[in-house]
Design a protein around this ligand. Structure first.
Ligand code: BGP
Length: 481
């Protein structure tokens, strides 16, 4: 009972929010490098050209590029067994479509992986985490172009070969189901978006929706081919999918609400996992596409490819849950990427994300029951506004409470019989928020001196949660006090 001894405890980051050095060492720009800063009330803007005098938080982010040694040592001090990070695709292939890789980029990650191993940490690498090279966006409209599949495969071949003895765990696309929403078309699918505010409530025509689902189909094919290729290069590789876990409850027990919640779970949560784990489109796709006039451009042989490239494990992010109602009048939550209806039984974070640890246990059971393959929680955490005391200490008891309750729920799920491989808390070092572009929305065990406008000397500091998590890992999840 309890957490297995080999449980992969650790933390997670993504290059676009963490690494910086956006134009150093031969790196090209990615879609994220074209997103300006924002706040919970002011949306981020997407610009086609990099505007002089405008602040783009990913450009320096929190400068892992120059702080990797220090950060990985701090992770080692906490006892991390795994560190989830992403390789910045445009650091390896600056335009995405280049014929040859950038050696300086390749060397950078060799250094990082060596530091991980020197500190007893196994890297878990996300191959694409909101980092489509901007060159591909301009040339092929990102993943809407079928050519992007081959560019991605070339990139995968390079990194799988280079790092085959340094990295064992891989994820193909971060939160691939962000592409199920119009707001995910640029960040997730690398498609060109009109200049202007990033709009979470964006609507689209049937043609645009067809283009988006075609782009997503290309990612499914690319993911399947990558899994197959990875296993050929090193049969010990474990390659997973990564889903934005969204638990939707019926707002009432009215049968209409129950059906609405089921639809929301299918289209919002299960669709992509169904393709990547089972190797074919789910049965409900046909009706959804027909009802919405969506036509996906598929080629002969694609079905076979999907079947032959199913993932080894299912990973997901989990932050909150939401409700579904058939009544359009029921109030919507605010400031929430998934835009669910508020649950009267739950409290929300300062950014409107509804905190629901028990939902994590339900979610784990739900997904394990569906697929019966190992699961991994690769993102979970609380974005909060931390206060630095005069003596430099940071007392983040609210974060400890959040994490404790979710770890307890995960433990219950393990005792229910669910196979969970590991847990990487999101944003273990403070980093840029994906939805709002802020620094103020902090997740870390490790504080970084950097604010929303790019001020600060980037020094690192241990928060109270740092010492707490160290105890959690040392006790294999037994000491959560
Ligand atoms: C997920 C992303 C991460 C991360 C996290 C927290 O959607 O995979 O990149 O940012 O959410 O979200 P935010 O940064 O908006 O608080």
């Amino acid at each position: 009972m309890g957490f297995p001894k080999n449980f992969l405890w650790g933390g997670a980051t993504a290059a676009n929010q963490y690494e910086g050095g956006w134009n150093l060492g031969g790196k090209g720009p990615s879609t994220s490098d074209h997103m300006t800063g924002g706040t919970v009330s002011t949306p981020r803007r997407f610009t086609h050209k990099i505007e002089e005098g405008t602040y783009y938080p990913s450009h320096e982010a929190v400068d892992f590029y120059h702080h990797h040694k220090e950060d990985i040592e701090l992770m080692g001090e906490m006892g991390f067994r795994v560190f989830r990070m992403s390789i910045n695709w445009a650091r390896i292939y600056p335009n995405g479509y280049d014929e040859t890789p950038n050696q300086e980029g390749i060397d950078f990650y060799h250094t990082v992986f060596k530091e991980c191993h020197d500190n007893g940490i196994e890297p878990l690498v996300t191959i694409s985490h909101y980092e489509t090279p901007f060159g591909l966006t301009e040339k092929y409209n990102g993943w809407a172009g079928r050519e992007t599949i081959e560019c991605f495969l070339r990139y995968c071949k390079t990194i799988f070969t280079e790092y085959k003895n340094e990295v064992k765990y891989w994820l193909t696309f971060n939160e691939i189901n962000i592409g199920m929403n119009p707001f995910g078309k640029t960040l997730g699918l690398g498609m060109m978006m009109e200049e202007g505010d990033w709009n979470f409530g964006a609507t689209e025509t049937k043609e645009e929706a067809s283009e988006r689902f075609t782009a997503l189909h290309h990612q499914f094919v690319a993911s399947a081919k990558a899994v197959k290729l990875g296993h050929e290069i090193n049969p010990d590789f474990k390659i997973g999918c990564m889903i934005a876990g969204s638990m939707a409850y019926p707002y009432t027990c009215k049968p209409e609400d129950v059906k609405k919640a089921q639809d929301q779970m299918n289209m919002g949560n299960f669709f992509c996992g169904d393709v990547q784990v089972r190797g074919h489109y789910p049965y409900y796709a046909r009706r959804y596409f027909a009802d919405n006039g969506i036509q996906v451009r598929m080629e002969e042989g694609d079905e076979e490819l999907l079947k032959n490239g199913t993932v080894d494990f299912y990973s997901f992010s989990y932050y909150m849950s939401s409700c579904a109602s058939a009544d359009p009048e029921v109030a919507k939550g605010k400031g929430n990427m998934m835009m669910g209806i508020q649950n009267p039984y739950l409290k929300a974070s300062d950014w409107g994300w509804q905190i629901d640890p028990k939902g994590l246990r339900t979610y784990l059971n739900e997904v394990y029951g569906r697929y019966e393959i190992p699961l991994m929680v690769v993102e979970n955490g609380l974005g909060a506004n931390d206060v630095v005391e005069e003596d430099g200490s940071i007392h983040d008891s609210y974060r400890i409470d959040y994490l404790r309750s979710h770890i307890e729920a995960m433990k219950e799920a393990i005792e229910d019989g669910v196979e969970v491989m590991g847990y990487t808390m999101w944003g273990c070092v403070d980093l840029v928020s994906a939805s709002t572009g802020e620094m103020k929305k902090r997740y870390g065990f490790i504080y970084v001196d950097r604010d929303n406008d790019g001020n600060g000397d980037m020094h690192r500091a241990r928060k109270d949660s740092f010492h707490w998590y160290k105890k959690v890992i040392a006790s294999d999840g037994e000491d959560l006090a």
